[in-house]
Each structure stands twice: as C-alpha cells, then as structure tokens.
Design a protein around this ligand. Structure first.
Ligand code: NAP
Length: 253
C-alpha cells in the first residue's frame, strides 16, 4: 500500500517507518521538520522515504498529501495525549484536522481512506460492560473525545481503526530495516484481550478500580510490536479492525 505516516519523528512513528518498509508499503512521512527526521534515521532508510513538510493541524495539507501521493492509507501518531484531565495538548486539534483531511480526500476520490489512529487503553470497555476504563481512572482523556468523533462518522466516509495500547516501551533504538515480520500481540475489539477478573471487583465503589490496577502492567507492549501490528494489518485489502477500538496484549509473556 501507499501509506502516509504522520508523527514519523515520534516514539511510535519512528518505529513505524522500518515496519512499513519491511512490509513493502511505500511510505510517505508527513513531518514538521524534514531535517529532524533525516537526523533520526539511518541513511539507507532516508533513501526509501518520501518526505512532506507540514502541520498536522492543517486539514487541507493532510488532504492534499493523501491526494497528491495517491495514498491508500494513513497512519496518524501525531500529537500526544495529556496525562491529567486539566492539562492541555494539541492532540484533539490535530486529530480533528487529520480526520477532516482524510474524510475530504476520500470524498474527493470517491473511496474512503483506510486510517489507523492511536488511542489509549482507557477508551476500551471494562470487560463485561460498556463503561470505558477511563471512567474509573480518568487519564489521557483526549482519546475518548477522539473516539467519540470517529463514532459519529458514517462507515462509508473514513475506514478507521484506533489502536489502544497501554504503555509502550522501546525494544531498541535501532531504526534500520528489516524489522521482525511477526508480532506476538493478541488483539480484541473494544475490550482488552485476556483480561483477568478478580474477586476484588465485587468490593463496593473501588472494586473495578482495583481490578484495573491489578491488570494494568500485563498490557505493557513495545513500540516495535505495535508498529508491526499496524504495518501487517495494512497488507490486507479489508481489515478485521475497521470501525473499532483495538485492545492488545503481548501474548508471548
Ligand atoms: N507512548 C506510549 O506509551 C503511548 C501509550 C498509549 C497511547 N499513546 C498515544 O500514541 C500516540 C503516539 O505516541 P508517541 O509516544 O509516539 O508520541 P510522541 O513521541 O510524542 O510523538 C508525537 C509525534 O507527533 C508529532 N507532532 C506533534 N504535533 C504535530 C503537528 N502539529 N504536526 C505534525 N506532527 C506533529 C511530533 O512531531 P515533532 O517531532 O515535530 O514534535 C511527533 O512526531 C499519541 O497519541 C499517544 O497519546 C502513546
């Protein structure tokens, strides 16, 4: 596929570059600074990348990047959610602009664009309920507002998925191709996979909070695993993850 990658200089975005190239996706990086990206990457990778400079808050620039490069898909890791509910981040503004850009690009060419967005663990439902985990632990709330926005879209406008990891750590700072072409991640739509229930959940008021705390560290994954998961999914013409928030766990642990 031809993939437009936003956030390529970031933790996840920089791991997505080798993963996308390993899967033979033609990769176009949309970044604020081409120089910063070039300094981050090994020279052989720079040679395989097409780079566009722009701001992800500019919906028209995003739309134009998709159309000018005939991109089949977009992966957006641009912007970082703020931890505390009272902190501000650019993510909601970036998210709205990217969504507008890809929606308009899809409308103009008569075919919805396939898009992977990043969310957080908190937008997944507490298993057995339709209550988001972030209702119990209210952090990184921008992802909730972003998912709500996606759910207002009619299905034929944007072919979206939202990957919702807990903390991602790095396996290596080596950004050279090829990467591993398999990921040990197990995934589930809307709820975290392989959740462990606990007797604690029946404790009044705090039971679910405690059960989330007990489970949380099990959901740590690596940046490389998540990059591989997305790059691999983009090999299929139709994704099983279209229109859903995706929970993941490292099944090899
Ligand atoms: N890291 C985790 O453990 C984790 C866990 C769960 C969810 N997430 C979510 O996953 C996403 C990616 O996380 P990350 O750790 O890779 O974030 P990150 O390292 O902070 O990367 C953010 C990227 O966004 C780019 N960016 C920011 N504003 C931009 C703008 N206006 N236009 C274009 N690009 C812009 C930054 O580019 P510059 O280099 O130009 O600043 C950078 O490349 C975030 O939404 C985060 O909330 C992360």
């Amino acid at each position: 596929m031809k993939v437009l990658l936003l956030g390529a200089t970031g933790n996840l975005g920089s791991r997505l570059i080798p993963a996308l190239l390993t899967h033979d996706h033609t990769t176009i990086a949309f970044v604020r600074s081409a120089t910063k990206l070039a300094q981050l990457l090994p020279q052989p990778i720079n040679e395989h990348l097409h780079v566009i400079e722009g701001d992800a808050k500019d919906a028209t620039a995003v739309k134009q990047a998709v159309l000018d490069n005939a991109c089949d898909a977009v992966v957006s890791t641009a912007g970082l959610a703020a931890l505390a509910p009272w902190s501000k981040s650019d993510l909601p503004e970036i998210f709205r602009a990217v969504l507008t850009g890809v929606r308009e690009a899809g409308e103009e060419r008569g075919r919805p664009v396939r898009v992977w967005f990043l969310g957080g663990f908190g937008v997944l439902f507490y298993p057995g309920s339709e209550t988001m985990i972030s209702n119990y632990i209210p952090i990184y709330l921008a992802h909730r507002q972003n998912l709500r926005l996606l759910r207002t879209l009619s299905p034929d406008t944007v072919d979206w998925s939202m990957l919702c990891p807990m903390t991602m750590i790095s396996e290596s700072s080596d950004l050279s191709v090829p990467t591993k072409k398999t990921s040990p991640l197990m995934a589930n739509a809307s709820v975290p996979p392989a959740w462990r229930q606990s007797w604690m959940q029946s404790i009044p008021l705090v039971g679910r909070f405690l059960t989330i705390g007990m489970n949380a560290s099990r959901y740590e994954t690596t940046l490389e695993q998540n990059a591989e998961f997305i790059a691999d999914d983009l090999e299929s013409a139709e994704s099983r993850w279209s229109g859903v928030a995706v929970g993941i766990i490292d099944g090899s642990k």
